[in-house]
Design a protein around this ligand. Structure first.
Ligand code: HEC
Length: 312
């Protein structure tokens, strides 16, 4: 009986573990995809927020400062020169790119959004901090080669924070000639811009050219850890249900099959040793093998009678 039980246990556990691993893998697939979709949804929202900030700055803030008309005019510069006044520093709060980066990176400083970063990287930037790094240059070149592709999503290890991040990048294309006031020829640019940034960088951009990329990076660790945790709890729940079912079945088998069969075996052994007199099997209704017991008891009575007749 013990051997049968061990075999049964091995088979059942084998089936369970295979099923369990398959379940684990498919739940992980679902959870991972869900988490990734969540991160992408967040990245899209943030990238759209950055675009909205850019629009707001160029349509509402810039006209207020009236930067392009007043500051740029040569007359103004001459007037300033006449009055021996210095050209003021460039007021970058009106620059759409600056506003978007400021706001989004401010968001990355909050506890809930820690590690989020937003960059507007260019091959030839006005501000050297926006110079595209190796992997960003690759993205910009990719967009330049494939003008129809409007976004690129990937995962990478951020070497500065040491965290795995998902990034979403979109190309920056010069679609308005108004951009070229400050990014076209240095001689057309506001003097204050030249004063602050020099005339070397961020010029010579052309209409319709893809000059850079806007990239939002979102850390993935927390989301993937949560996905792992829920896979863990699913697997634990499945294992608990299995163990409860297995133990119950085992107890039932022991009580209703193994034990009665053991009693029968014992009895048959006694008979084989010719100890027939007191041998009877229990016939109570709770015994699942009671019909068998009854039959054996009847057989024993007949056998006893036959033996006794023989003795006479
Ligand atoms: C008033 C001048 C001005 C105008 C107009 C302007 N920019 Fe800029 N832009 C700047 C300055 C200054 C910076 C650097 C800001 C900083 O310090 O972060 C900049 C930065 C950028 C950057 C980030 C990379 C870099 O060069 O540092 C991008 C991309 C960019 N601008 C694109 C545009 C586009 C597209 C337009 C038209 C929609 C535009 N700019 C219009 C002045 C301007």
């Amino acid at each position: 009986m013990k051997q049968l039980q061990t075999r049964l246990t091995l088979i059942i556990f084998g089936i369970f573990f295979t099923g369990w691993i398959i379940c684990g893998l498919s739940i992980w697939g679902l959870e991972y995809n869900g988490a990734r979709k969540d991160i992408i949804r967040k990245a899209v929202l943030l990238l759209d927020t950055a675009a909205a900030t850019r629009d707001y700055t160029s349509t509402q803030i810039q006209p207020q400062f009236d930067l392009l008309t007043q500051d740029k005019s040569r007359e103004n510069v001459l007037n300033l020169a006449d009055k021996n006044q210095e050209v003021p520093e460039f007021n970058k709060v009106t620059v759409p790119s600056y506003a978007a980066q400021q706001i989004l990176n401010q968001l990355g400083k909050t506890k809930e959004n820690k590690g989020y970063t937003y960059r507007e990287a260019a091959i030839n930037p006005t501000n050297r901090k926006d110079l595209a790094l190796g992997w960003e240059v690759e993205i910009i070149e990719y967009f330049a080669k494939n003008p129809n592709i409007k976004e690129k999503i990937g995962e990478r290890l951020d070497l500065i924070s040491g965290e795995k991040t998902l990034y979403m990048a979109k190309p920056i294309q010069i679609t308005k000639s108004s951009c070229l006031v400050c990014h076209g020829k240095p001689e057309n640019a506001p003097p204050s811009l030249i004063k602050t940034y020099g005339s070397e960088n961020g010029f010579g951009w052309k209409l319709n050219e893809i000059v850079g990329t806007r990239i939002i990076s979102v850390p993935t660790v927390v989301q993937y850890q949560e996905a792992q945790k829920s896979v863990g709890s699913y697997l634990l729940a499945i294992a608990s249900v299995f163990l409860i079912a297995y133990t119950t079945v085992l107890l039932i088998i022991q009580k209703w099959i193994t034990k009665p069969l053991d009693t029968i075996t014992q009895l048959l052994e006694e008979i084989s040793l010719h100890q027939l007199e007191r041998s009877q099997l229990p016939e109570d209704k709770s015994n699942s093998l009671s019909p068998l017991n009854k039959a054996i008891n009847r057989l024993l009575i007949s056998l006893n009678k036959a033996l006794e007749a023989d003795k006479k």
